[in-house]
Design a protein. Structure first.
Length: 322
């Protein structure tokens, strides 16, 4: 069997963790098998070093224009993928796809594939922070909350360490479960997660609580950020009275349910602001606030600065391109 070559396109401010989690299993599979099962190369826009969101640089083997054939291309993007989908990048992705090769997106690379029209008619996934915005921007897509999706010649992955599970899955398909398991052991990865595994920790693991009714109430809140439920509505989903709900939150989480719900919505808005794609009004509405002014007031009370200042802070941490 000839070695397979994976091409990784790294736009500016790509996710280093997703990239490393995808490449290192390939290297490890080669080492453990004693032969070159995989080759890989890096493509950047202009052939210069690709700068990750953490400021580290990765040398590129080629520019987009000189990349040639790509039998398997993975687009690995980061926080502001919306800003990377320029006309040249989109056109290049479409050309690669027309040649019939496999095209994948790691982390928010899914956004670039969606903007190029390459995910229409395919299941896809993205990091849990981006599921709502991707679904709203591209309502025609079938977006799941899975770790990764393989649908014909399109592969999408939630990013982070989910890229490790994706590559272990692909290694297992091509070279057997035994080799995939040995690679997993090398990374002290105790279980190769399946595509349908959850992206996030379950609420009881994140919060350290196990009361089913409290978890039901929290689940109802997390599932209704854009159109918040009334306190009575939350209580009914957990089969509690409002008084019982308030007592349970106070005992287990040290706050009122109203406060907890508000902070959930504000933290959701903060993630959207840091990604930088939507207007402040759009983010306010996505977090369940009726107006930008009300949102800004609540945001400043919670974080000590305005939503506009938050966006400025996030921009200041983005490294400059070389």
């Amino acid at each position: 069997m000839s070695a397979k070559t994976y091409t990784f396109f790294l736009p500016p401010r790509f996710s280093m963790l997703a990239f490393a989690s995808a490449v290192d299993p390939l290297y490890c599979a080669n080492r453990l098998s004693g032969g070159p099962l995989y080759h890989w190369r890096v493509v950047s826009r202009d052939g210069g070093p690709a700068v990750a969101s953490n400021g580290l640089q990765v040398a590129a083997d080629a520019a987009m224009a000189d990349a040639g054939e790509c039998d398997a291309l993975f687009v690995c993007a980061g926080l502001d993928a919306h800003a990377q989908a320029d006309r040249n990048t989109t056109a290049w992705l479409r050309r690669v796809a027309r040649r019939g090769g496999l095209v994948g997106g790691l982390c928010s690379g899914t956004h670039l594939l969606a903007r190029a029209g390459l995910l229409d008619g395919h299941r896809c996934t993205v990091h849990w922070e981006d599921i709502q915005t991707l679904s709203e921007e591209f309502p025609q897509l079938e977006v799941t909350a899975n770790l990764f999706e393989i649908d014909r010649k399109r592969i999408t992955c939630a990013g982070g360490t989910a890229a490790l599970d994706l590559m272990l899955h692909l290694i297992g398909l091509a070279h057997g479960a035994e080799l995939a398991g040995r690679v997993s052991d090398q990374f002290m990865h105790q279980r190769i997660r399946a595509a349908h595994d959850h992206q996030r920790m379950a609420p009881h693991e994140r919060l350290g609580v196990r009361e089913p009714k409290l978890l039901a109430a929290i689940g109802a809140m997390e599932g209704n950020l854009e159109d918040p439920l009334s306190l009575g509505g939350v209580a009914r989903t957990a089969n509690l009275s409002v008084r019982q709900l308030e007592r349970l939150f106070k005992q287990r989480l040290g706050c009122t349910p109203s406060r907890y719900y508000l902070e959930l919505r504000l933290h959701h808005a903060r993630l959207l602001l840091m990604r930088g794609a939507s207007s402040i009004l759009a983010i306010a509405l996505a977090a369940g606030f009726a107006s930008a002014s009300h949102f800004s007031r609540r945001y400043r009370e919670q974080f000590g600065h305005s939503p506009r200042e938050e966006r400025g802070f996030a921009s200041s941490f983005r490294p400059s391109e070389p």
